[in-house]
Design a protein around this ligand. Structure first.
Ligand SMILES: C[S@@+](CC[C@H](N)C(=O)[O-])C[C@H]1O[C@@H](n2cnc3c(N)ncnc32)[C@H](O)[C@@H]1O
Length: 221
């Protein structure tokens, strides 16, 4: 049952939590199973993290969502399932090849009409939304693309979000590397930088959760 476990955190208590909370549709399970066979399977979003996103989207009545870093579409599918029929997930990635893997599962789940795919560098797409007058109109953003641009994505998403909207950052523990002072690789340095910025940023309220590979929730004031 590969679908009913955390892919990022082998801690038995984490697995216990996941086994007592994870709810996936058949389409989600099948997409996860296909993705786990992919050469880049490690990029698949932890299902408990995607479920947390979906639960918050429903709690805040989200209709307009940014999914930054699509890969095979698990995060977009989870978000689309959480949105009302008139909701829209804007799914941003540079790889059409990856996203194409997810499309049959979006179709199978009956939510493909709720997902709008934008194949381009995410910063360009986000800037286009701002230039098009969409600042303050998004409810939720899940940031899970290239780590070196996390700070840039944060500022663009903060502009695009309404007050009360939520930004979730994935991988903010970076497999524990954030607390290893000998690790000065660019990805680790970028994650530490955004973690410090978010801790001190008074434009948001914050919760930093040790689930998946670390998730930081930012609630726009
Ligand atoms: C960790 S994966 C996303 C996983 C996905 N959210 C999920 O839940 O399975 C990161 C994705 O970011 C994409 N990416 C990398 N650089 C990007 C950029 N500059 N703009 C948009 N997407 C980018 C990659 O192609 C990859 O699909």
């Amino acid at each position: 049952m590969s679908s009913l476990k955390s892919y990022h955190n082998p801690d038995p208590l984490v697995q216990y939590c996941v086994n007592h909370s994870l709810r996936l549709t058949d389409a989600q399970k099948r997409l996860n199973d296909v993705t786990l066979q992919h050469r880049r399977a490690a990029m698949l979003g932890a299902p408990e993290v995607l479920q947390l996103n979906a639960n918050i989207m429903q709690a805040i009545g989200a209709k307009k969502v940014l999914d930054i870093g699509v890969f095979t579409g698990a995060s977009s599918l989870s978000a689309a399932l959480a949105l009302p029929p008139n909701g829209k997930v804007h799914a941003l990635d540079i790889s059409e090849e990856f996203a194409n893997i997810g499309k049959p599962f979006w179709e199978e789940a009956g939510v493909i009409n709720k997902i709008s795919l934008h194949i381009a560098p995410a910063a360009e797409t986000l800037q286009k939304f701002i230039d098009g007058g969409e600042a303050g109109t998004f409810d939720y953003a899940f940031i899970d693309a290239d780590k070196g641009n996390y700070e840039l994505y944060y500022e663009l998403c903060l502009t695009l979000l309404r007050s009360g909207g939520v930004i979730a950052f994935d991988n903010t523990l970076w497999d524990g590397a954030v607390i290893d002072p000998t690790d000065q690789t660019p990805g680790t340095v970028a994650i530490r930088k955004i973690n410090e910025k978010l801790r001190d940023d008074q434009r948001i309220n914050i919760s930093f959760l040790k689930i998946g590979d670390g998730v930081t929730l930012c609630f726009k004031k």
